[in-house]
Design a protein around this ligand. Structure first.
Ligand SMILES: NC(=O)c1ccc[n+]([C@@H]2O[C@H](COP(=O)([O-])OP(=O)(O)OC[C@H]3O[C@@H](n4cnc5c(N)ncnc54)[C@H](OP(=O)(O)O)[C@@H]3O)[C@@H](O)[C@H]2O)c1
Length: 164
């Protein structure tokens, strides 16, 4: 299965607090939409209910829950990591979009990471795991240091797996 993780991470690996994001970066939201448009997106139930607009349009929204048989309108449901992988689209790139618990569990299965690296520490309750450079190679990096909407710089980075 072709699995990618997409996430925005602070310098201290923070990704969320109180079931919300830590920043508003319009360019990042635009990139997220461009990359995921038309594809499967996979998320934990907490992330799903944190979305301001849900399900996200023009994408197959797959929501993971431990509650057997639970259904959410207009979403595909999955009840374990194995079940999620089985239900993904084999002929396409599948995007894991969060949150913390789902990223951690999908790291061993991912082939590619789309990281937005925010060059500032944030106070948080949810974190992304360490990206080991023994397993991952940085293949693209674009620094944004002129965004008038934010008082920090950030980079769009792509990592590809070197070992599995
Ligand atoms: N910075 C970013 O790019 C980014 C992206 C996305 C999310 N976030 C942030 O991440 C935070 C949410 O992350 P989170 O870790 O608290 O929650 P989460 O991963 O979004 O969702 C957790 C829920 O997913 C279900 N789940 C997890 N593992 C499962 C498994 N193996 N089998 C079945 N169900 C499973 C459970 O649902 P049930 O309770 O129903 O069983 C669990 O309560 C928020 O702050 C959000 O804003 C940040």
């Amino acid at each position: 299965m072709n699995i990618s993780i997409i996430v925005a991470i602070a310098a201290n690996n923070a990704i969320g607090k109180d079931n919300d994001l830590l920043w508003h970066i319009s360019k990042d939201l635009k990139r997220f939409k461009q990359l995921t448009d038309g594809h499967f997106i996979v998320m934990g139930k907490k992330t799903y209910f944190s979305l301001p607009r849900r399900p996200l349009p023009n994408r197959t929204n797959m929501v993971i829950t431990d509650i057997p048989g639970e259904q959410i309108d207009n979403c595909l449901m999955a009840y374990s990591i194995e079940d999620t992988i089985r239900k993904m689209e084999p002929a396409d790139e599948n995007f894991v979009i969060g949150g913390g618990s789902i990223y951690r569990q999908f790291m061993p299965y991912a082939d590619k990471l789309y990281i937005t690296r925010v060059h500032k520490d944030f106070e948080a309750d949810t974190f992304f795991p360490e990206i080991s450079l023994d397993e991952w190679k940085l293949t693209e990096k674009q620094v944004v240091d002129d965004d008038p909407q934010n008082n920090f710089t950030y980079s769009f980075e792509i990592y590809e797996r070197t070992t599995k």
